[in-house]
Design a binder for this molecule. Structure first.
Ligand code: TYM
Length: 378
């Protein structure tokens, strides 16, 4: 689908992320607010000096109304978090990035989390997708969410195909206030888009107001997610006031690249992606084939140094597999100076990925039955 987010060298839409993304350009285009050093200091103060490494490293890039929601928090009005997943496939490591950040927010701000699984969206998106399969995957993906250690007392799943009457009613109310022309402008829908997809923005907007309906009072909502989802919040924020709710606030993260050259990690490129269900052997094989910033020969690498700035293996350490800043800096310097070669650097990443997968898969096994208990049944 082509949308108004298209530019010469990159595309970012909720369904497609391609090319070398210039985030400053994207932030301008989307009209979001960059995360400034002042904002970072403010968050740091509220979290007793403990900043998540994704904030420290600039992986959290922009927001909408974060200052407003922090004002609310400081005046004693707690916010809830909302994020989600379109269950078209098993979860991959890229999806975990906004969810790990969300878990940190849940812990630091003692917030309830509403997590939507849009099995209906993924059924509607592609002709070949079966509804039964996307619903099955919704439960599978939700198990990955729980395996990250979210507080089960404060975590609530919304599975679209099983959502209740109150949820449907909000979506209908939202849809009444949004015209096709607006949605077409934001998402680039065409005459041949099926009408289910055209309605979907109302379904994805509904969890922004659902907690208010369930609690019987206005609840501020903060949405941590990849910046590709922002077009939804633009439409939702436009109708919030008219429906009597707060505008949702959002905080946006960058994408982690896949293992192969170019583009974000995406389920549509399985060789470039590690799924949480991959075997250790397969994961290791994928990491070892990764695109790096290495030179053509070892001699050259020793002489010229590597190029961590364009290395996907380094990007994986930065976003997921090295939380210690000084060790990350050391890896960068050792690469630049030609002391660290790509072989051992990849092997170490493969070992870390395998340890992560083994631990995560054991937790998934433990929590498999728990998801159903946390699905909202009105
Ligand atoms: P989905 O399933 O495409 O993506 C789920 C979340 O993962 C993020 N993401 C990534 N983050 C970092 N690096 C990557 N390589 C990467 N790939 C994906 C996405 O930005 C997203 O945050 N329609 C939605 C489901 C949804 C939703 C929501 C998402 C419903 N309500 C509220 C976020 C917030 C979807 O298909 O997401």
């Amino acid at each position: 689908m082509n949308t108004d987010e298209e530019s010469d060298d990159f595309i970012v839409t909720p369904w497609e992320v391609e090319g070398e993304i210039d985030y400053s350009k994207l932030i301008k285009k989307f009209g979001t607010t960059p995360i400034t050093p002042e904002m970072v200091s403010r968050i740091k103060k509220l979290t007793n000096g403990d900043l998540h490494y994704m904030i420290r490293r600039g992986l959290v890039i922009s927001h909408r109304d974060l200052d407003w929601i922090l004002n609310k928090y400081e005046s004693g009005e707690k916010f809830a978090l909302y994020t989600g997943r379109g269950p078209s496939e098993n979860t991959h490591i890229g999806h975990l990035i906004p969810w790990q950040f969300t878990k940190w927010l849940q812990d630091k701000f003692d917030a309830d989390l509403y997590f939507q699984l849009t099995d209906d969206e993924k059924f509607l998106l592609k002709l070949e997708n079966s509804y039964q399969e996307t619903t099955r995957l919704a439960y599978e993906n939700a198990t990955d969410v729980l395996a990250l250690g979210f507080n089960p007392e404060k975590t609530h799943f919304i599975i679209d195909s099983e959502a209740g009457v109150k949820f449907r009613k909000i979506a209908t109310e939202i849809s009444k206030k949004i015209t096709f022309s607006t949605i077409k402008g934001i998402f680039g829908f065409t005459e041949s888009t099926n009408i289910g997809m055209i309605y979907h923005p109302a379904i994805q907007a509904a969890p922004c107001f659902y907690p208010s309906v369930l609690k019987g009072r206005n609840v501020p909502i903060l949405i941590p997610a990849g910046i590709d989802q922002d077009p939804y919040w633009r439409a939702t924020r436009d109708v919030a006031k008219r429906l009597g709710y707060y505008k949702p606030a959002a905080i946006h993260l960058q994408f982690t690249p896949g293992l192969e050259e170019g583009g974000k990690m995406s389920a549509s490129k399985p060789e470039s992606t590690i799924f949480t269900t991959d075997s250790s052997k397969l994961a290791e094989k994928k990491v070892k084939r990764a695109f790096t910033g290495g030179r053509d020969t070892i001699e050259e690498q020793k002489r010229l140094g590597g190029q961590p700035e364009k290395c996907n293996v380094f990007a994986w350490y930065r976003s997921s597999f090295e939380s210690d800043d000084s060790l990350l800096d050391k890896r960068w310097n050792d690469c630049k100076s030609g002391t660290l070669m790509c072989g051992p650097c990849k092997q170490e990443l493969a070992d870390r990925v395998v340890i992560f997968l083994e631990t995560h898969q054991a937790k998934r096994q433990e929590l498999k039955e728990k998801v159903a208990e946390l699905v909202i049944r009105e």
